[in-house]
Ligand binder design. Structure first.
Ligand code: FES
Length: 213
């Protein structure tokens, strides 16, 4: 019957100074090792959450001389311009993908009169909509994201998915799309034309910019 008390005593016994110091050393060693492991896991995870310094807004894609020559052939009839899109999203390595946009010759005053949706209301597009005499349209349908095409025979853009239709300057004329076509930025730097990409929110009446570059 005296045994339980002896065990209890053993637990309460703080031990010799050497035993105490060994125990303290072991506890500290375990805590230090835990801290090192936590840091080893946390640092790469936290680093991956910080966008690269040259992220959003800096991913301009230069057009080759041939691509620029193709773009300059646009008249009031839109022309498809293929190019290599340089994309940087800050979380993944930069990517170069084959892409295309639609270019149309435009006069700023005329464009403003025909596309008031791009200049009024809550729309705030942070770049010139007519540059070097051209307007560029994203190839993504503002309804649900399909790719529309210019149909010469009907003189309009037509989306194959749900039949939305747009004029040559992107005014919405038929189908379920809630707005006209979305513009993309064009600029000239050191004698080279450059394009960048904008992701717009789909299926909303306003042109809401989600991501640039
Ligand atoms: S995605 Fe173009 S009409 Fe629906």
């Amino acid at each position: 019957m005296a045994q339980p008390e002896a065990h209890a005593q053993a637990y309460l016994d703080p031990g010799t100074p050497e035993e105490q110091s060994r125990r303290t050393f072991m506890v500290n060693a375990v805590l230090t090792l835990g801290g090192v492991i936590t840091l080893a896991i946390a640092v790469p995870v936290l680093t991956s959450l910080v966008p690269a310094a040259d992220a959003v807004g800096n991913a301009w894609s230069p057009l080759t001389p041939d691509e620029w020559a193709a773009l300059q052939k646009a008249t009031s009839k839109p022309i498809k311009v293929t190019f290599t899109l340089h994309q940087v999203d800050g979380y993944l390595p930069p990517e170069d993908d084959a892409e295309f946009v639609w270019a149309v010759k435009a006069n700023e005053a005329d464009f403003k009169a025909k596309r008031p949706d791009l200049f009024e209301g809550s729309t705030k597009i942070p770049y010139p909509l007519v540059y070097l005499g051209f307007t560029i349209f994203s190839p993504i349908c503002p309804h649900l994201g399909c790719r529309f095409s210019w149909v010469d025979a009907q003189n309009k853009f037509i989306c194959p998915c749900h039949g939305s239709e747009f004029t040559n300057i992107g005014t919405h004329i038929a189908g379920p799309a809630p707005r006209g076509l979305d513009p993309l930025p064009l600029r000239a730097v050191n004698g080279k034309a450059e394009l960048t990409w904008i992701e717009y929110k789909q299926n909303t009446p306003d042109h809401i910019v989600l991501r640039i570059g």
